[in-house]
Design a protein. Structure first.
Length: 68
């Protein structure tokens, strides 16, 4: 039915490689990876607040701001 030869396999592997390369470029352009990191940090801080603990001081994304 299908005659898979070496050139067909190479074309499929190149297409998969291009897909992953374009996916990384898209994630970088729309800053999706950075958003995931920020959302994970927000989740950690909310969990800490829920447990009654103070958020860790080592966070660089959300510095503590005093509004006195």
């Amino acid at each position: 039915m299908f005659d898979f030869n070496l050139s067909t396999i190479i074309i499929i592997l190149v297409a998969i490689g291009i897909f992953f390369l374009l996916r990384e470029v898209n994630c970088w352009y729309w800053k999706i990876n950075e958003r995931i990191i920020l959302l994970e940090e927000i989740l950690t801080r909310l969990e800490n607040l829920e447990k009654g603990r103070q958020p860790s001081e080592s966070s660089e994304h959300f510095p503590e701001i005093s509004i006195d």
